[in-house]
Write a protein that binds this ligand. Sequence first.
Ligand SMILES: Nc1ncnc2c1ncn2[C@@H]1O[C@H](COP(=O)(O)OP(=O)(O)OP(=O)(O)O)[C@@H](O)[C@H]1O
Ligand SMILES: [Mn+2]
Length: 296
Amino acid sequence: MFPLSLMFLKKNVLILCATILILFFITTNYLRSILPSNSALNPIPLTIEEKIQIELKNLPGDYKVPSLIEHKTFHRFASNIKRVPFELSSENLTKLWSKVNTWVTKTQIFDMSNPNIGRALYALKNAKILKADLDTRGTQLKFTFILEGDQQVIFKPQFYQKNKIIEGPVYAGKDRYSSEILGFYLSAILNKPLSPISVKRTISLKQEVLPVATKQLLDTTFMIQNRTCIYGRCFFCKKEDPVCSDENSYLSGAVIFNIKGHLVSNRSPWQRTYKKGKNAIWQELPEKYCMYVIYN
Ligand SMILES: Nc1ncnc2c1ncn2[C@@H]1O[C@H](COP(=O)(O)OP(=O)(O)OP(=O)(O)O)[C@@H](O)[C@H]1O
Ligand SMILES: [Mn+2]
């Protein structure tokens, strides 16, 4: 009798141990899955783009509108701007610029559907600079270049590093060159190609600009330590406030296609005021003002 009951006891203990072991594995596995892991406690910071993507997914339903870039022309534009093999010879460039200049009409500055738009971007970014001068139009420092093939462009220099935060009102600080490039792509996305073709370009002041610069440009050029600085000639231009290259003489900025012909200046009806606390009419009476603009 006795050894039989001992055998039962042993078997029960064995079953109990096995059950405890299984439960232990299940519990630890479950806890591992729900508790934050080491890497989640010290997460790698998300990039701004990743944060935007997360925000987009969590937007309330009201904001879920069809994508703006569904229109066919944009898709054509997107494939046209892909880099196309193109030899930057003087002859090719002359032909290209003459085509690009024919695109300008009262309703568009560039032709989204034209395959040459990719070549135009490539040429703006890479064509040789034949002449460099100050551009005294507008109020801020900028340059004009003549590119090979005889095309005039505007160069708006980069004043700030990408991560620099400008404090103060929205119009504080100097023009950000990247707005030109964003404006160009945004105009294509919105199917209103009314912003001039713009690209980012990094130039060597010593090799590409100073050897072909006009006297008035050279007259406003000086060195600070190893950097080449230019203060130009414009409403806000001051010697104490120049734009400077890096130590290797490189300066980035936006190259903007310069439109030939006469342009009329029209004030934006939605212009902001530059007085703190003072609203523009469109901010005070948005609906009425909109009607006023439409019918006047
Ligand atoms: N891409 C362009 N092609 C031809 N003319 C242009 C171009 N951009 C500007 N202009 C002309 O230059 C003059 C100044 O234009 P605008 O005030 O838009 O320049 P801006 O770059 O905004 O000047 P600011 O330095 O004041 O910011 C205007 O007469 C305008 O017609
Ligand atoms: Mn401006």
